[in-house]
Write a protein that binds this ligand. Structure first.
Ligand code: SF4
Ligand code: SF4
Ligand code: SF4
Length: 210
């Protein structure tokens, strides 16, 4: 196993980007070259920092507050009565843990969600909420057995998504330029008017209640 792979095995694989990299693997690559500090992974918190310190023979150090805080383990869920099917959360989820299609209700696959929270800010209806995890055990050093199982699943899903995205880019590159522009224009306008209508409806509901 290479050093990058050994480091990657220690990381929680939420792919949350809080370390400042586009996922756990790029952070592992940077650590392997000595270009990053071991305290940049809030989801892993102190236990993961300690395991990195041992592997890389470095002193232990508190988590860098610039990267955020370590939240208790959690997943997220969607209030399906509010969801308008804009697909923004699906696009943001790095591990394909959301299912749904355009203008239809979306749902989070609870067994796969890592609680990276990347889907929350893009939701125009603010209808994605945090749900505390029942697996609250945090070990002294490294990941718990349950976290390792989740990390292995999450890594595989992340890699599959990356692969699919690369394939899609290759296909899109082969489309004539006019078709690319027309396709993106019509879907954007469609979705913007849908969001505006849904927001107006939600506001009207609130006003009725008041
Ligand atoms: S889980 Fe840690 S290493 Fe992975 S992307 Fe998030 S902060 Fe970076
Ligand atoms: S559903 Fe949201 S919180 Fe869960 S893994 Fe996907 S983006 Fe992260
Ligand atoms: S971003 Fe929000 S409104 Fe859009 S599909 Fe996801 S949950 Fe539904």
């Amino acid at each position: 196993m290479t050093l990058v792979e050994k480091i990657d095995q220690l990381l929680p694989q939420t792919q949350c980007e809080q370390c400042g990299f586009r996922g756990c693997l790029p952070y592992a690559e940077s650590l392997s070259k000595g270009e990053s500090n071991i305290n940049r992974c809030p989801p892993g918190g102190i236990p993961v920092m300690k395991s990195l310190a041992r592997l890389l023979n470095q002193p232990e150090t508190p988590i860098d507050p610039e990267c955020g805080t370590t939240l208790p383990l959690h997943t997220v869920y969607i209030d399906e009565t509010l969801c308008i099917g804009c697909t923004k959360c699906i696009q943001a989820c790095p591990i394909d843990a959301i299912v749904g299609t355009k203008k239809k209700m979306h749902t989070v696959i609870q067994s796969e969600c890592t609680g990276c929270d990347l889907c929350i800010p893009p939701c125009p209806l603010d209808c994605i909420y945090i749900k505390p995890s029942e697996e609250a055990f945090v070990p002294e050093v490294g990941l718990s057995d349950m976290q390792k199982i989740r990390a292995n699943k999450s890594r595989a899903r992340y890699q599959a998504r990356q692969k699919r995205s690369e394939n899609r880019t290759t296909i899109t590159k082969t489309l004539p330029p006019q078709e690319k522009i027309l396709a993106s224009r019509s879907s954007d306008a469609d979705m913007l008017s849908l969001i505006a209508m849904a927001k107006a409806k939600t506001q009207a509901k609130h006003q009725e209640r008041e």
